[in-house]
Write a protein that binds this ligand. Structure first.
Ligand code: RNT
Ligand code: ZN
Length: 419
């Protein structure tokens, strides 16, 4: 640790303590909150099933070379990003990232053994997403809500097997595994009978969740459902909208995933958290950065990121909500992208934890809104960066230019050898 870093840190601690903030306690919490990295950014959501000639319902744009081609490359790339992030990590997988070529609807814990062993080695947890896309069993843009029963039945099996896998993964690691479903089903143009699609989705989900977890299993898997308001090719109608899933989850004791890219631009995603939380069993976040639409740009520090993390801190939910990332941009180096997103999330998490929330809350309680506003603005002047640099140095993680050089070296020496 450089002497000046330590001195600046000690100075920063004094400043924060004047605002009632205990920096050491904040750092302790920072080290306990896992952020779940989305594996799928590393290979543009291709996965390892090796099926040719299918449509990917997730639109990935860009031609940057060197995407990971194998599970080992993907894991290695994630390790590189982790080496430049001071966070506690987790990894989000998708059904299509299972190894061993088992049919998607028949996956079991065994198909994840390499991922589980890797996670054990890194001391991290895993989360899983059911892949309801990129499949010959998609009926155009429909899976679980296709009019064709054979198709629906197939996707019910995919859902059930994903749930089983989550239990086994969670149990193997001793860390609960979020089981997230995003189901792209919808129609491009004006839909007359939305009700029939929604009815099919209810029936499909009822079949998937019909068998409740045993008490033991429920410790290891957390079911969450992710809505969306439109997709490419489903501009008019998405069956699994946010409202649909909030209602379904509230009724059935399930959880909801809030993807920050899945709402209209003007909506305040942070505001949704405490509106939903009392009624659903769990919440997971997919932190993304939409530009005009669900464009999944790499997360950087912006109002949305700060907004959701501050909201979790203020509402005492940082440890109750699963925080996952969800972006994919094939126009930049994918390891840079993960690293940038992780570091931005880390900074925003730290800033949320160091915010003088109690002073602000007290002013609000006293109806002293002038003081509250003063603190909200003054907050921008607090020496966050001195704490950030202390954390990086204490973990041996390079900052600024050095981190950039390390990423460039990885591209030169590892990624660019991939042809
Ligand atoms: C798509 C959803 C979903 C996917 C991943 C790959 O709009 O955000 O979460 O991004 O499952
Ligand atoms: Zn998402």
């Amino acid at each position: 640790m450089r002497k000046e870093t330590l001195e600046r840190f000690e100075q920063a601690k004094k400043v924060f303590s004047k605002f009632g903030v205990d920096v050491d306690a904040a750092i302790k919490e920072f080290n306990e909150i896992p952020i779940s990295l989305q594996c799928w950014a590393g290979d543009d959501i291709k996965g390892f099933e090796g099926i040719e000639g299918i449509v990917n319902e997730n639109t990935v744009v860009g031609n940057y070379p060197y995407a990971a081609r194998t599970p080992d490359e993907l894991r290695k790339d994630m390790e590189k990003a982790f080496s430049l992030s001071p966070l506690k990590h987790k990894v989000q997988l998708h059904s299509i990232y299972a190894e061993f070529q088992t049919e998607r609807s028949k996956l079991t814990g065994k198909d994840w053994i390499n991922w589980i062993n890797w996670a054990k080695k890194l001391g991290i947890g895993l989360d899983l997403n059911g892949s309801f896309f990129s499949s010959k069993m998609m009926d155009d843009s429909l899976s679980l809500t296709s009019p064709n029963k054979e198709i629906r039945d197939y996707w019910i099996e995919v859902g059930k097997s994903t749930r089983r896998c989550c239990v086994e993964i969670g149990k193997a690691l001793g860390i609960p595994c979020y089981n997230n479903f995003w189901i792209p089903d919808g129609l491009k143009d004006i839909t007359i009978d939305r009700k029939v699609f929604r009815q099919r989705l209810i029936e499909g989900l009822d079949a998937i969740y019909g068998e409740p977890y045993s008490e033991e299993d429920s410790k290891w898997a957390i079911d969450v459902l992710e809505g969306k308001y439109f997709g490419i090719g489903t501009e008019h109608f998405v069956v699994g909208s946010h409202e649909f899933y909030v209602g379904y989850a509230a009724k059935h004791g399930l959880g909801v995933t809030i993807d920050t890219g899945h709402f209209r631009e003007a909506e305040d995603v942070a505001d949704k958290i405490t509106a939903i939380e009392p009624f659903v069993s769990n919440i997971m976040l997919h932190v993304s950065r939409p530009i005009h639409w669900d464009s999944d740009h790499t997360v950087i520090e912006n109002d949305c990121l700060h907004g959701v993390l501050r909201e979790l801190k203020r509402a005492g939910l940082l440890k109750k909500v699963g925080i996952g990332l969800d972006f994919f941009d094939a126009s930049v180096n994918r390891v840079f992208e993960w690293t940038i997103g992780l570091r931005a999330t880390a900074k925003a998490l730290l800033m949320a934890l160091l915010e003088p929330t109690e002073l602000m809350r007290k002013a609000e309680l006293d109806r002293d809104y002038s003081t509250r506003l003063f603190y909200i603005e003054e907050n921008n002047n607090l020496p966050y960066n001195d704490v950030w640099e202390y954390i990086l140095e204490s973990k041996g993680i390079p900052g600024g230019q050095e981190a950039l050089e390390s990423l460039k070296q990885y591209e030169r020496e590892v990624q660019s050898l991939r042809k």
